[in-house]
Design a protein around this ligand. Structure first.
Ligand code: A2P
Length: 346
């Protein structure tokens, strides 16, 4: 990976943007020039990258000239507003938002699962939803061994999924409650400290929220398994920045726990955390700041002979967002995929 490239981070002042900066440095990504883009609110803010102080700029139509890769983490509406402009300027956009994920012309990539999909890009590659990435890492290796029939998942999602302001709100509310005051909810719809609530994304006519349907549709697309049955319940919990999930997996035939454990012990991006004697299993505080998804409590579902249960925790900002995006960028360089078609249909 010797070629140096020009990178722009769109949403550089946000929680994922900040993690992208750390990861580019930590993984010694070959950055030639780095441009930090955000909204007009942040113009002039200073952010340090590898000993150099960089100034945040407002994103404009000229922002992407000479940029090779845009790492976009400023939300769906910002991506919709700027991705095409960036692609027309010759950049490849690795987009963290949900804006293009289900577009058939946009690959949805988890490098450990479907790296081959990246080669079909037309300028935009989508980074999946955090809960989908974390679950995918843990269940795809099992799906490869024996096709999954049905997945039932419940999530315990940290405040970080709603951005840096939601993380700050969790801390402020916790302090307020401990001081005997009434917590104020401004970013999230309800108090999150010492509370939890079903994910507040829009509901469909069947009662599923958007976050839950992302897990259904994105998992199918990444696994290239359009018939896979998935049902999800997504819940926001008062954890700062790592998501947890309980996953029930139904296969066509019985799947031995020992074989599942053996597969996951060697799966890329996964770390098995199972100390049955001391009842020590993955926890969000252990996953925070770490790359692998922690998986444990793999057990036979006593209610179904062909089903397994497992539990996982993964850093939502890292592998759930920024790390996956940087890994896609690394894949682009390694596979020489940085050419774009400006005639994309998006
Ligand atoms: P800003 O700090 O200027 O608002 P988070 O998900 O942690 O809340 O971060 C969101 C990121 O997206 C921030 O960097 C934020 O910049 C950026 N952002 C939000 N809206 C826009 C916009 N309209 N144009 C460009 N950047 C935006």
């Amino acid at each position: 990976m010797s070629k140096e490239v020009n990178i722009a981070i769109l949403g550089a002042t946000g929680a994922v943007g900040q993690e992208l900066l750390e990861l580019l440095a930590e993984r010694q990504f070959p950055v030639k020039n780095l441009k930090l883009l955000a909204s007009a609110r942040s113009v002039g803010s200073k952010i340090e990258f590898q000993g150099t102080e960089l100034t945040v700029e407002e994103v404009t139509s000229d922002s992407f000239d000479d940029v090779d890769i845009v790492l976009a983490s400023a939300g769906g509406s910002t991506s919709k507003a700027w991705a095409k402009t960036a692609v027309k300027a010759g950049a490849v956009v690795i987009d963290n938002s949900s804006a293009f994920r289900m577009n058939p012309d946009v690959p949805l990539v988890v490098p450990e699962i479907n790296p081959q999909a990246a080669s079909k890009h037309q300028g935009i590659i989508a980074n999946p939803n955090c809960t989908t990435i974390l679950m995918g890492l843990a269940i795809y290796p099992l799906h490869r061994e024996q096709s999954l029939k049905r997945v039932v998942v419940a999530t315990y999602q940290s405040a970080s999924g709603a951005g840096a302001r939601a993380m700050a709100e969790l801390k402020t509310q916790a302090k307020a409650i401990l001081a005997g005051e009434t917590p104020q909810a401004e970013v999230l719809p309800h108090p999150i400290a010492f509370n939890l609530f079903p994910h507040n994304s829009p509901l469909d006519e069947r009662g599923y929220c958007e976050e839950e349907m992302k897990m259904v549709n994105e998992t199918r697309k990444i696994f290239d398994a359009p018939e896979l049955k998935v049902s999800a319940t997504c819940v926001r919990v008062p954890v700062l920045r790592a998501h947890s999930e309980t996953v029930n997996l139904e296969f066509e035939r019985p799947f031995s726990v020992e074989r599942a454990r053996e597969i996951l012990a060697n799966a890329p991006g996964v770390k098995l955390v199972e100390d049955w004697q001391s009842n020590y299993f993955p926890m969000p505080i252990d996953a925070t700041g770490k790359d692998p998804v922690l998986v444990g409590r793999i057990r036979q579902d006593i209610s179904h002979p062909n089903s397994l249960e497992l539990w996982l925790c993964g850093d939502q900002i890292r592998k759930g967002a920024a790390l996956n995006a940087v890994q896609i960028a690394e894949l682009m360089l390694a596979e020489n995929l940085l050419t774009t078609s400006t005639s994309m249909a998006i």
